[in-house]
Write a protein that binds this ligand. Sequence first.
Ligand SMILES: Cc1cc2nc3c(=O)[nH]c(=O)nc-3n(C[C@H](O)[C@H](O)[C@H](O)COP(=O)(O)OP(=O)(O)OC[C@H]3O[C@@H](n4cnc5c(N)ncnc54)[C@H](O)[C@@H]3O)c2cc1C
Length: 285
Amino acid sequence: METSSLAQRLSTRFVAGETLDQALAVARKLNAEGITVTLDHLGESVSTLAEAAEARDVYLRTLDAIHKNGIQGGVSLKLTQFGLDLSYEQCLSNVEQLVRRAADLGNYVRVDMESSDYTDRTLDLVHTLHDRYQAVGVVIQSYLYRSQADIEKLCAARIGVRLCKGAYLEPAAVAFPQKRDVDRNYVELARNLLERGVSPGLATHDEAVIRQICQFVTERKISRDSFEFQMLYGIRRDLQRRLVAEGFRLRLYIPFGKAWYPYYMRRLAERPANVFFMLRNLFRS
Ligand SMILES: Cc1cc2nc3c(=O)[nH]c(=O)nc-3n(C[C@H](O)[C@H](O)[C@H](O)COP(=O)(O)OP(=O)(O)OC[C@H]3O[C@@H](n4cnc5c(N)ncnc54)[C@H](O)[C@@H]3O)c2cc1C
């Protein structure tokens, strides 16, 4: 899929392109519309430490390019891409090089959250690097029962959180099976972060949830500069524009790179209607 030219055309719906230059071009355009960005070099679960080192080097180049081009934005990464399945120590060392560079450049690294097998190790690593450099934050998923307790610890350590619902298939032993519970927990955790968190990133396209958040910040007189909404590139562009027009801060997560297939399939799985749009584009082109 990743090398077929037809499939590559389809991926442009959610992916900025295969190269860093393409991602920077998209970032520049969004910055001009008042939207900040997070660049994500696609890839997960590398099988050798050499691949993990390569991923680190791509990210170091990305941070340098963001700085050189004056882009308003940072980077997001997945620890399995930095070697977490192979060696915690090596992964820590790879991410440390990146966070140190981000700190030197006045930038920031966001560590994405993967499936629940990785939650403890991800939080350990982020706490460790935050103690040393500050320039790092993490993602918390509202579908996990543990998230309230994790947020308590992160807020106490003044670590920035991006809140999302969660994109992996998890067992009922660790995650709410019902969507309405995931949504309810999202709003509860978001309120918590708005009152106590460090520049929370509220990552969702759910209009009902966003409405409740807007109502909460108005009632509590919480400054619109103290948090941001975050969305994925290519999803709910109408809602993105509306929030910016209403004076809310918005950041878009911009994936780029050749390894787009798992990311693309998660986006299709989230919304079956996307499969229809994909097929319609396929037959149009
Ligand atoms: C910036 C950002 C970073 C993220 N980082 C992580 C992470 O680190 N770890 C993780 O597990 N998950 C991450 N996610 C994914 C997240 O967990 C959800 O899977 C995803 O955002 C869909 O949930 P939702 O909150 O938009 O609500 P949903 O209830 O799933 O969707 C609400 C509405 O949003 C729209 N929508 C949602 N998804 C799509 C789609 N794929 N295509 C078209 N429309 C859609 C639809 O209108 C839908 O009705 C991230 C999401 C964002 C926005």
